[in-house]
Design a binder for this molecule. Structure first.
Ligand SMILES: Cc1ncc(COP(=O)(O)O)c(C=O)c1O
Length: 404
């Protein structure tokens, strides 16, 4: 049967994710018995997560706490929200009441819910260019058109941001908010300087815009430069936070949060209830005990050391094998963006690398809001082992030298 006539107009705005396509092809090859090295996914390292501690917590909670298999309040278990408030104050210098925290199904749901509450079809969302493709898709699915502002080594170019706002205002466009991933940006791996953070807040205030701060990589900082989160600098309530424990506990737990207030908070909860009622209860209890019992303090700095070493292996391998290539040098997050020579096609390079060299990377193009970025390739260093990183970059360099 052809179902086209049943599909809603809104569903027709949905574009498939290029990330999903890459993963689909990779799993086809794996099913054929081909061993792949993946420098693709945005997962933390499975061996840098204290899985044994988490397993013990899961067992204890499931055995002893009957609430762990029930619904929780839509905004999350009160004790977890209290614990998150303390955690955010300690690590992010954010003073937030637990009443202003909503526990979500990862940062993904946090971003989607904020989009649902704020976006009307036809609205403009300003985003970093490039930015995390799934958020761009989520906003576009809600009818937003995304306008990008270029990112360099210091994060979003705030000088270009103001120009962009003026240009859009002149065209009578309705801009609702600015979306940014200031720390360990996905896909670029760059971190916004403190000066730019302050400028961004000033611009948002001047033009009466909200900011959505995606803090997915705020707990993956490798050089402590003490750059404050946007929310901790926000004096006007303009910054809405979409946070997550995915990169700390593992992406499978699906625990994230929103920090919001007033009508936005009320509407977020109304939106969330019919969608999924609450974030997964067992994950909420595990996150609660993980934070409450001090496991974050105990294990996280060791994990960061491990990520830092992996990053260094990747950077050194790139410097050695491709001394003339351009790539970013992250001080936070999980990604390095590699630029092939101008005019090269990253999509076909990534495809050839997977098919012939059995190394999976993500083409950068889908992360861009315009026609640029065709030559970009996103490389992940958090999930593969150091040996896989070295071997993966070696094979990538072979193809690179062969082609350029
Ligand atoms: C920038 C950014 N935001 C949000 C997310 C969503 O993460 P999750 O839904 O697992 O919390 C990701 C995942 O990779 C990300 O890179």
């Amino acid at each position: 049967m052809n179902y086209e006539r049943f599909i809603s107009g809104r569903a027709n705005w949905i574009k498939g994710s290029a990330l999903a396509e890459v993963m689909k092809r990779a799993s086809q090859l794996q099913r054929q018995g081909i061993k792949l090295i993946s420098l693709a996914a945005g997962d933390p390292g499975p061996n840098l997560i204290p899985r044994k501690v988490l397993a013990e917590l899961a067992k204890e909670i499931l055995e002893n706490n009957p609430k762990s298999v029930m619904y929780t309040p839509t905004n999350g278990i009160p004790e977890l929200r209290e614990e998150l408030a303390k955690f955010l104050e300690k690590y992010e210098k954010i003073k937030v009441s637990s009443d202003n925290i909503v526990v979500t199904v990862g940062g993904s749901e946090a971003l989607d819910l904020l989009g649902r509450v704020l976006i009307e079809p036809g609205d403009v969302v300003i985003s970093e260019n490039p930015a995390y493709v799934n958020t761009l898709l989520a906003f576009e699915q809600l009818g937003a058109s995304v306008e990008g502002v270029l990112v360099d080594e210091d994060g979003m170019r705030t000088d270009l941001l103001e120009e962009k706002i003026k240009e859009l205002k002149a065209k009578k466009k309705k801009i609702k908010f600015i979306y940014t991933i200031p720390t360990g940006q996905n896909p670029m791996g760059v971190t916004m300087s403190e000066e730019r953070r302050k400028e961004l807040l000033e611009i948002a205030s001047k033009y009466d815009l909200l900011i959505i701060e995606d803090t997915a990589y705020n707990f993956m900082k490798y050089e402590e430069k003490g750059i404050p989160s946007l929310k901790s600098l926000d004096r006007e309530g303009r910054v809405l936070v979409a946070g997550t424990l995915s990169k700390v506990l593992g992406t499978g737990f699906r625990i994230g949060w929103i920090i919001a207030e007033g009508e936005i908070l009320d509407k977020v909860l109304m939106e969330k209830q019919p969608i999924d009622f609450c974030a997964p209860t067992i994950s909420q209890f595990i996150a609660l005990e993980y934070l409450r019992r001090g496991y974050f303090e105990e294990y996280h700095s060791k994990a960061l050391q491990g990520y830092k070493e992996k990053r260094d292996v990747m950077i050194e391998a790139l410097e050695e094998s491709l001394p003339n290539a351009k790539f970013t040098r992250p001080i936070a997050g999980m990604f390095v963006m590699l630029f092939l020579p101008e005019g090269a096609d990253g999509m076909s390079f990534a495809s050839e690398l997977m098919e012939k060299y059995h190394v999976v990377v993500v083409p950068g193009k889908p992360f861009y809001t315009d026609e640029s970025g065709k030559n970009a390739i996103r490389l992940n260093f958090s999930r593969p082992s150091k040996e896989e990183i070295a071997e993966g970059i070696k094979r990538l360099a072979e193809l690179y030298k062969d082609k350029f």
